[in-house]
Design a protein around this ligand. Structure first.
Ligand code: PLP
Ligand code: COI
Length: 341
């Protein structure tokens, strides 16, 4: 398939309709085989479980063109198993993890013309999702579900790409202890909309959420986990049962330890100690690694020594190595790269 005529270098993080998407339905206790379709519209009951009680979960991963011209994606098996975890928590049927990976491959292959070329700065964002589709009026899980995958070419999540961002400590909570913060449920993002609109109105790029119970520990942002670097070069990431187990963060901890030979630590991070770190970054599929230059906390500012112009040196090494693996310049651990074509 010919490449589409798209201004790859100037893409933001937005939706563009592509040629095909994958659709599979769950009915009478089983999933059908699924098809690729040109129809981008979803038609469901006005009383569908997703519309009334937000029974919806999703995933996000990317396809990349490598230096030698292959098209690959990054650890799709982990997205498959996280979607299964999300489904179990919201009483939804699990979609086979093997079928998930096959369906991702089929969807990307059907939209090959939209995979941004190597070096363009853009990637193909892949969005698998599942929702309750039949009428539900008493509060209970749906009986019928739809699983879909679409993809869309994207640029950087934060305007300005790799420029450090400024975030604020939010007065709102994102996730409760024993709640749903550890799964990728649409409801967690609905929860965060007022907080992100407020942050943007005040001139900040994102929110730092603290733990809801004590408001003393760092959790995550609306769409990414945190990484910190200590003044002696150790990579630290918050441990919490109410944050999303980011595949990017888990991968970066392996990159830091096994490839870069850095010390790593996953532990509770108190907000009080954040001012002592040398570098701070947000990590996720959409965010990749976005450096944080400044954190605003109720009239006080924490300014990281790495500044507002460039990523800190350790963050940069992590960024270069991770994106090097994803774009085929560096060999990653076995099983991380799934070749699509
Ligand atoms: N945390 C939240 C709340 C997210 O939405 C995401 C995005 O998926 C992440 C973290 C990063 O996860 P991953 O690296 O698996 O994309
Ligand atoms: C992702 O990184 O895939 C996400 O789902 C985060 C979202 C804020 C776009």
């Amino acid at each position: 398939m010919e490449k589409k005529n798209i201004d790859w270098a100037n893409l933001g993080f937005g939706y563009m309709e592509t040629d095909k998407r994958f659709v599979s339905n769950f009915k009478d206790g089983k999933w059908d085989d699924g098809v690729l379709t040109e129809d981008s519209k979803v038609v469901i009951s006005e009383c569908a479980g997703v519309l009334q009680y937000a029974q919806t979960i999703f995933e996000g991963l990317k396809a990349y063109t490598t230096e030698d011209g292959k098209i690959v994606c990054f650890r799709p098996d982990l997205n498959a198993s996280r979607l299964a975890d999300s489904a179990r928590r919201l009483e939804m049927p699990v979609f086979s993890e093997d079928r998930f990976v096959e369906a991702v491959v089929d969807t990307v292959k059907a939209n090959i013309g939209y995979v941004p070329p190597y070096g363009s700065g853009a990637t193909l964002y892949i969005r698998p999702y599942m929702f309750g589709s039949n009428p539900v009026i008493g509060v209970k899980p749906a009986d019928e579900y739809q699983f879909r995958i679409f993809c869309t070419p994207v640029g950087p999540y934060f305007k300005g790409g790799a420029k450090p961002i400024t975030i604020k400590v939010s007065d709102f909570d994102r996730a409760a202890p024993h709640g749903t913060g550890h799964i990728k449920a649409g409801l967690n993002y609905a929860m965060s909309l007022h907080a992100i609109v407020t942050a943007h109105q005040e001139g900040f790029d994102e929110n730092m959420y603290l733990d809801a119970a004590t408001r003393t520990k760092v959790e995550e942002t609306g769409g990414a986990n945190f990484l910190f670097v200590t003044k002696d070069g150790k990579v630290v990431t918050p441990k919490s049962n109410s944050i999303l187990p980011s595949i990017t963060r888990r991968s970066l901890m392996v990159v830091a330890k096994d490839i870069l030979g850095l010390e790593v630590e996953e532990r509770e991070v108190y907000f009080d100690e954040v001012k002592d770190f040398a570098e701070c970054g947000l990590c996720g599929t959409a965010a990749v690694i976005s450096p944080v230059g400044k954190i605003y906390d109720h009239g006080k500012e924490i300014c990281f020594p790495s500044g507002m112009e460039e990523m800190g040196p350790v963050t940069k090494k992590l960024y270069d190595t991770l994106t090097g693996i994803q774009m085929g310049r560096i060999e990653g651990p076995e099983g991380w790269i799934k070749v699509i074509q």
